[in-house]
Design a protein around this ligand. Structure first.
Ligand SMILES: NC(=O)c1ccc[n+]([C@@H]2O[C@H](COP(=O)([O-])OP(=O)(O)OC[C@H]3O[C@@H](n4cnc5c(N)ncnc54)[C@H](O)[C@@H]3O)[C@@H](O)[C@H]2O)c1
Ligand SMILES: O=P(O)(O)OC[C@@H](O)[C@@H](O)[C@H](O)[C@H](O)CO
Length: 357
């Protein structure tokens, strides 16, 4: 039995990652005191799937500690594998905690895998590799998991598939459904620029149209039409960029759309729209697809409208960390102009179809 530590006992950590290690000894580490207290006092929680999709999983036999507590540091010191799923912006803090675990460690090699959305996220943990025992790699989470503040239980998409970067890790892992991927960087980029790009369209246009339930927005005729418009251009450019067949990319984007439209996955606009400042970053789901489209001499009015709607969301929720102009400064001038006009039209509450005319 290996010692598996999961840092981040949130939706992905406790609703998804633990599934791969049910025969192992699992320890959750988190910085949220209330969450750790619940995990310490409740002996079991459930992960359920849509009606009729799959029997709920009952998860038990786990330990849970605050990450920087004595027990938390000892758990990191004793671990064989550490999975990290805390959100990209928290990785630098986790690096500080992990260093304490490594300092207390007397065992040999340790595998550390990130399970985060983002391109090259392991960069923030790279300093840990100064310790020769550390093997650091990324894994990709395709599965949606949804939790609520007041319960440990999780609602999940029915998907057990966790690809990881076998080249960076340097060896394969023995856990069922963890898949050794040789070109993880390409798969991660395609995932963020397809799945999460579509997710941004649904979230930010969905927010504009006052939806709260994510699948309701994903089935809205105007939003569906925007997704189709974007994919018509973007899929072609992604195929050229990453040398992927049109069939493979179409199947990939179809899976994303099907999942987002599935009403059994009761997800929220709020969860998907969170952290808009990160999502407007250069390597993220809106700006990077725009850069790929530009590189291949195409344009996408619907993707420019998505950028405007993300800025609109940021303005309305007061979560932008820069001026609007700064977020779009790297785009060609005519695209910047179009986004500014779209943003004005959103402010005037115009219909999406009218804005795109
Ligand atoms: N939930 C999903 O459906 C989903 C799907 C794909 C990818 N992801 C990715 O998985 C990652 C985690 O997302 P999530 O939905 O589970 O988020 P979440 O907010 O539910 O959980 C994150 C957990 O990390 C903890 N945390 C934050 N900083 C910490 C620190 N310094 N030390 C210890 N714990 C810390 C938080 O307290 C929280 O419990 C993100 O990168 C997200 O993009 C999530
Ligand atoms: O987790 P984020 O905040 O990076 O993005 C929100 C959603 O796009 C994301 O969680 C997807 O649902 C997930 O990546 C599965 O495709």
């Amino acid at each position: 039995m290996s010692n598996v530590v999961i840092i981040g006992a949130g939706q992905t950590g406790r609703g998804y990652l633990n599934r791969f290690f049910q025969s192992e000894s699992i320890t959750f580490l988190d910085k949220d005191e209330e969450l750790i207290h619940s995990l310490q006092t409740e002996p079991c929680y459930h992960v359920s799937f849509g009606p009729g999709e799959r029997k709920p999983l009952a998860l038990e036999n786990y330990n849970a500690y605050l990450i920087d507590s004595e027990d938390g540091i000892q758990a990191m010191a004793d671990a064989d594998l550490i999975m990290v799923s805390v959100g990209k912006k928290n990785l630098k803090d986790v690096a500080v905690s992990l260093k304490k675990g490594l300092e207390a460690r007397t065992k040999d090699d340790i595998d550390i895998l990130t399970a985060e959305n983002g391109v090259n996220v392991k960069q923030d943990l790279m300093e840990l590799c100064e310790d020769q025992r550390v093997h650091l790699a990324e894994a990709i989470v395709f599965c949606t998991t949804i939790g609520e503040k007041w319960s440990l239980d999780i609602l999940s998409q029915n998907l057990d598939y966790l690809p990881y970067d076998v080249v960076a890790l340097g060896h394969t892992l023995p856990y069922e459904n963890m898949v050794a991927e040789e070109k993880l960087d390409v798969l991660m980029q395609r995932k963020i620029y397809t799945y999460n790009c579509i997710s941004a369209v649904v979230s930010y246009l969905g927010y504009y149209k006052k939806y709260e339930v994510y699948s309701d927005a994903a089935n809205d005729a105007e939003i569906v039409s925007c997704i189709e418009g974007i994919l018509k251009t973007l899929n072609h450019c992604i195929c050229e960029e990453y040398h992927i067949s049109a069939k493979e990319q179409k199947e990939f984007s179809d899976m994303a759309v099907d999942k987002f439209q599935n009403r059994n996955i009761v997800d929220s606009i709020e969860r998907n729209a969170r952290d808009v400042d990160r999502k407007l970053g250069a390597t993220e789901r809106i700006m990077a697809p725009l850069a790929i489209v530009r590189k291949h001499d195409q344009s996408s009015p619907e993707l420019l409208l998505t950028a405007a709607s993300a800025l609109y969301y940021g303005k309305m929720t007061k979560t932008l960390l820069k001026t609007e102009a700064e977020y779009i400064a790297d785009l060609p001038e005519e695209w910047q102009k179009e986004i500014v006009e779209d943003l004005e039209a959103l402010g005037q509450k115009k219909d999406i179809a009218d804005i795109l005319k």
